[in-house]
Design a protein around this ligand. Structure first.
Ligand code: GSH
Length: 214
C-alpha cells in the first residue's frame, strides 16, 4: 500500500490517522505539492493528496479512502455497526466538509479586518451546533464524537484542530467557552498514539499558514 501525502495537508492527515488507528503498514510518499512527481500525477487524477494505491487500485478523496480502509480492514472498526448511528456519523463527517471547513479557512484567509468578528462568530456557531447536536446527542460520556470509541468522525475533524494554534495566533480564534465537550475531545484526540505519531507543533502551523493569513 502506498500513500501519497503532504505534511501540511489536513486531508492527508485524516488518512494517515486512519492507517495508524488500523495498524495497517503502508509506504509513506511525501509529495512536494509545488513540484509534483510524475508518478503522483499519474495516480492522483486531481493532483491532490491524499492518494492511496492498494492492490493496483488508486483511490483518492480522504473521506472515501478512510471508508475504504474501514471496510477493507474491519478489525478495529472505525464506524458504528448500527445503520442509524452510521448514518449520523456520516452526517457529521459531511457537516465538516460541507460547512465547517469553508468557514474555518474563511477566518484565516480573510483580508478585510472589519469582517474578522463576523467570520469568527460564524465559525464559533458551527462549533456550537456540533457541540449541541453532535456531541450532545451522540457522545454520551465521551470523550469521542460517538462516545468511548474513536471513529471516522473524529478523524475527519481532528486535523483542523491540530492546526488551530495558527488560527489563534493570527486571528485570535479559539474553541468557544460554551463548547466544553469539543475542547475535551480535542485534548483526548491529541493524546492518542496515532495523533502523536504524526503531530506537528504549533510553530510548524504558524509558519505554514503565514501565507494564508498575510
Ligand atoms: N477533498 C479532498 C481535498 C484534498 C486537497 O485539497 N489536498 C490539497 C492539499 S491540502 C492538495 O493536494 N492540493 C494540491 C493542488 O490542489 O494542487 C480530500 O478530502 O482528499
Amino acid at each position: 500500500m502506498e500513500l501519497f501525502t503532504a505534511r501540511v495537508c489536513p486531508y492527508a492527515h485524516r488518512t494517515r490517522l486512519a492507517l495508524l488507528e488500523k495498524g495497517v503498514a503502508f509506504e509513506h510518499i511525501e509529495e512536494d505539492l509545488k513540484n509534483k512527481s510524475a508518478r503522483f500525477l499519474e495516480v492522483s487524477p486531481y493532483g491532490k493528496v491524499p492518494a492511496l494505491v492498494h492492490n493496483g487500485q488508486t483511490l483518492y478523496e480522504s473521506l472515501i479512502i478512510n471508508e475504504y480502509l474501514d471496510e477493507t480492514f474491519p478489525e478495529t472498526p472505525l464506524m458504528p455497526s448500527d445503520p442509524v448511528l452510521r448514518a449520523k456519523a456520516r452526517i457529521w463527517i459531511h457537516y465538516c466538509d460541507a460547512y465547517f471547513v469553508s468557514d474555518f479557512y474563511a477566518v484565516i484567509q480573510n483580508k478585510d479586518r472589519s469582517k474578522d468578528s463576523e467570520l469568527k462568530e460564524k465559525l464559533a456557531d458551527r462549533l456550537r451546533k456540533a457541540e449541541r447536536e453532535g456531541f450532545g446527542e451522540l457522545s454520551g460520556d465521551g470523550p469521542y464524537w460517538l462516545g468511548a470509541d474513536v471513529s471516522l468522525v473524529d478523524l475527519a475533524w481532528y486535523p483542523f484542530f491540530e492546526r488551530l494554534p495558527a488560527w489563534t495566533h493570527y486571528r485570535g480564534f479559539e474553541i468557544p467557552d460554551d463548547c466544553p465537550k469539543i475542547a475535551a475531545w480535542a485534548e483526548a484526540m491529541a493524546g492518542r498514539a496515532s495523533a502523536r505519531d504524526v503531530a506537528n507543533d504549533a510553530a510548524y502551523y504558524i509558519e505554514g499558514y503565514a501565507r494564508y493569513a498575510a
